[in-house]
Design a protein around this ligand. Structure first.
Ligand code: EPZ
Length: 431
């Protein structure tokens, strides 16, 4: 398996372009199943999760072309309704196939996605919504079976114990756009990725009102047609690179990202007094002397602080003078990065769903283990700021959601190299 060797190498400097959003692309690929006409997608990032989704779409019968880097044409002329365990288990977001299969074929058999290290990943709200649309939903031997012969529009509520559900909202929008009648979704997720999905669906002929708000009105239509769509940039990649620039006191410009996608994150970064220059399609992190200010964060559904930037902020606040408290409300045990950051010198105590971070504590390099996508990024950030060498194992987690991460970091002056785990010095592994 691949590992990263990261050497602390001072401030990052330069300019990079932010890639298309993973969490926008995945439901949008699933939405291509809603029409028998070709859908042409642009600004798609090259990620393992995208490759998994394409593998599943081809398995279902869609024809897939890749005319240019970042461009995909999905032509789901005839498709089957069964998404098997051996494909679905690779990626939780494949649960987004449920809505389009139900809408297009009026039936679906989709393996229930497993959990993951960040916590249980239930789909009870997805299924509750389908039942409200008069679908017959049963679960057996790890599969969800949906019979939607009598599906019709209805009112449904998507608020759960931890707020709304992003992929649940995506699934139910995709089911409702072809459901006879009108569907009202209350407590819908308002993430930019949901807005992007709705904008694609409207281009395909769907009738959706109040896009971007917590209450969506969807008037079912008989069929949808093909279209062309460029997906939005990845706000989580952008936030990750802002943290990378900040943790190294660098000077970095991110191109192709709008501040409007990063409201709560930028609010906290500015509270920490990180100097920024913001334009319509770029964000520049400026160098600073001394320390940032500590901040208290609570992760919440959009427009609150994104849980997907929590781990990166734990790393940044570890080198910041003062005490920061970061509370995780979406996935209460999404703290697998903390023990690894502690191995590198961080002083972080976990109290329930809060991490109490005391700084500044300089990072020192060590062999560490990535546990999930965003934890991997946090460990790399710590390595960039650390003295000497950090070896990060299991970086396949990172490849799921960051396009050319080490290439982009190297272009900013980072010393990061993708090697094999057999390159890790034995004496380091014996410790
Ligand atoms: C999406 O996951 C993202 N993934 C996640 O990003 C992100 O962390 C998450 O939203 C929250 O913002 C994609 O978009 C592909 P949820 P999703 O359903 O939709 C509970 C990353 O790093 N819940 O919004 O699966 C659930 O347990 C990934 O890119 C229910 O209780 O998340 C959680 O506590 C990680 N019942 C909360 O809601 C349900 O039926 C939010 O989950 C569904 C969810």
């Amino acid at each position: 398996m691949d590992v990263f060797r990261v050497e602390g190498n001072g401030p990052l400097e330069g300019e990079i372009k932010i890639s298309g959003s993973k969490n926008s692309a995945l439901p949008i690929f699933a939405a291509c199943l809603l029409t028998k006409e070709p859908v042409h997608l642009k600004n798609i990032p090259n990620l393992s999760d995208i490759r998994y989704m394409i593998e599943i779409l081809e398995y279902l019968g869609a024809k897939v072309e890749n005319p240019e880097i970042g461009e995909w044409i999905i032509h789901a002329n005839t498709i089957s309704h069964i998404a098997p365990y051996e494909l679905v288990r690779k990626m939780r977001a494949s649960v987004c196939l449920l809505g389009p299969l139900v809408a297009r074929l009026k039936k679906a058999e989709v393996s229930i996605p497993g959990g993951c290290v960040i916590g249980p990943r239930p789909i009870d709200l997805h299924l509750k919504g389908l039942r409200k649309l008069n679908c017959d939903v049963t679960i057996s031997n790890g599969y969800v079976y949906v019979d939607a012969a009598n599906m019709r529009g209805s009112s449904l509520f998507l608020g759960g114990r931890n707020g709304s559900t992003v992929t649940g909202t995506a699934n139910l929008i995709m089911a409702a756009v072809l459901a006879p009648g009108t569907t009202r979704i209350e407590s819908a997720a308002c993430e930019p990725e949901i807005i992007d999905l709705c904008q694609l669906l409207v281009k395909m002929g769907a009738r959706i009102e109040q896009i971007g708000g917590p209450e969506l009105i969807i008037h079912g239509v008989d069929e949808l047609h093909g279209c062309e769509h460029t997906i939005i940039p990845d706000r989580i990649e952008a936030g990750t690179f802002i943290c990378a620039a900040a943790i190294t006191k660098g000077h970095v410009t991110l191109k192709g990202i709008s501040f409007k996608y990063l409201g709560a994150f930028l609010d906290k970064i500015q509270e920490a007094e990180l100097p920024l220059e913001i334009s319509d399609d770029s964000i520049t992190v400026l160098p600073y002397k001394g320390s940032l200010k500590p901040v208290d964060i609570i992760t919440l559904p959009y427009p609150g602080f994104p849980t997907d930037l929590q781990a990166q902020m734990c790393a940044l606040m570890s080198i910041t003078e003062g005490i920061s408290i970061i509370t995780e409300k979406i996935y209460p045990n999404r703290f697998m990065h903390i023990p690894e950051l502690q191995r590198m010198g961080a002083d972080i105590a976990i109290e329930g769903s809060s991490a109490i971070i005391k700084g500044p504590r300089p990072f020192s390099g060590a062999p560490v283990m990535a546990s999930d996508l965003r934890a991997s990024a946090a460990l790399i950030l710590a390595g960039l700021a650390g003295k000497n060498t950090t070896w990060i194992q299991r970086i396949y987690h990172l490849d799921r959601g960051y396009e050319s991460f080490e290439t982009k970091l190297s272009a900013l002056g980072a010393k990061i190299e993708r090697l094999s785990e057999k390159d890790i010095p034995n004496d380091l592994l014996d410790t």
